[in-house]
Design a protein around this ligand. Structure first.
Ligand SMILES: *[C@@H]1O[C@H](CO)[C@@H](O)[C@H](O)[C@H]1NC(C)=O
Length: 368
């Protein structure tokens, strides 16, 4: 086309986009956008290939339940967004000198995850190169090409977050392959995390409530660590996860609509001697393009299915891959729903705020 027609065409395009698009932080949920800056606070500009025809603003951060409401209830009355393999991050630099050859599960750094409201991190810990490393692997061995990095780097990010956010609580759930004597204790100590350690002796063993969040904060017991190795509870004072928590099947086996079997290592989901519940909802082989579908309605449906399987108990942790991928509210809405159910019997935590419009909408018949 000649130049004048071309200019006309460009002008038309610009006018069209200016006319149709909100911009500069004014775009709300599911409005079209062309950059993150177009979207309102707490949203970012995302394209769910399988679900959208264009880029739209979707949620990028969680509701802080303690700030929206209060922290005066037991820890097990709240729900927390959990990142599966929080350390397996796109573009994480190789720390072995060998290019990495393994899948990722997240796109943000651990610091970004925490700043966006993630409050529980799943980490895989291995003995590697004389230290504890975070690694994606098989048969309990870490390899140069599957290693992400020394655990201390990530633990120091968590320390920085806890130090900067004195009212927040972080939970670490370890798939633990460390055999080195007191290997975990050393790395947590070196990362400066022991001062936040929630002592195992204060964890309820027979289905009682956990301490109140405000007391955990006051006592600086703001880091909960669970290991998958039973003997470490005795030898290192690190809680054995399934003494305190029930958990559904992870990976593809946990994604069959309408069924919520427990993970083999976990007590039965309806075992009420465990006060905490975790729902895993992620594919065995992460598939980025499909995750926005997984993390949306399907995830919410599974939370309801697992509620039934757990003897009418809502989960406290919901673990996903690529936590910011969704068709709108995604994993953040899922946690808002859990907190709504747990805290006031409504479908969304915002309905627990007295006098809010959602609160009025949550009529008596919606309540459990
Ligand atoms: C804190 O929030 C919960 C849930 O909305 C509510 O039941 C409780 O009364 C609140 N406590 C205080 C001290 O405000």
């Amino acid at each position: 086309m000649d130049l004048s027609k071309y200019l006309l065409f460009i002008t038309a395009l610009v006018l069209l986009s200016v006319a149709s698009a909100c911009s500069h932080g004014k775009c709300g949920m599911l409005e079209k956008c062309s950059s993150d800056q177009d979207c309102d606070a707490g949203l970012y500009c995302f394209y769910c290939v399988e679900g959208f025809l264009s880029y739209k603003c979707v949620r990028s951060s969680a509701t802080d339940q303690f700030k929206l409401l209060n922290d005066s209830l037991p820890f097990n009355k709240y729900a927390f967004l959990t990142t599966h393999n929080a350390y397996a991050i796109d573009g994480y630099p190789s720390h072995t000198g060998v290019p990495r050859f393994t899948v990722t599960n997240q796109e943000d750094t651990v610091t970004q995850q925490l700043n966006n409201g993630v409050r529980a991190l799943m980490l895989d810990t291995y003995d590697f190169r004389g230290d504890v490393w975070l690694c994606h692997s098989f048969n309990g061995h870490c390899y140069d090409y599957t290693a992400f990095g020394p655990a201390i780097d990530t633990l120091k990010e968590i320390e920085a977050f806890l130090s900067a956010n004195p009212s927040e609580i972080v939970t670490i759930i370890l798939e633990d392959y460390v055999q080195a004597f007191k290997g975990l204790t050393k790395v947590f100590t070196n990362a400066g995390l022991m001062k936040y350690w929630f002592p195992v002796r204060n964890m309820p063993k027979n289905g009682q409530d956990w301490p109140l969040v405000k007391d955990m904060v006051k006592n600086n017991h703001r880091l909960l660590v669970f290991t998958s190795i039973k003997s470490k509870e005795e030898s290192e004072g690190i809680a054995y996860q399934w003494n305190y928590m029930v958990e559904n099947q992870y990976g593809d086996g946990g994604m069959h609509a309408g069924s919520c079997p427990n993970r083999a290592e976990s007590p039965s989901l309806n075992d009420k001697s465990k006060s905490l519940g975790l729902v895993n909802y992620f594919r065995t082989i992460p598939m980025k393009e499909l995750t926005c579908i997984d993390n949306s309605k399907d995830l919410l449906d599974m939370l309801h299915t697992c509620y039934g399987a757990a003897g009418n108990r809502w989960a406290n942790f919901v673990a996903v891959n690529y936590y910011k991928r969704s068709q709108g509210g995604g994993s953040f809405q899922a946690v808002d729903t859990l907190n709504g159910k747990l805290l006031c019997g409504c479908d969304d935590i915002h309905a627990c705020v007295p006098g809010s419009s959602l609160s009025a909408a949550c009529s008596a018949q919606d309540k459990l």
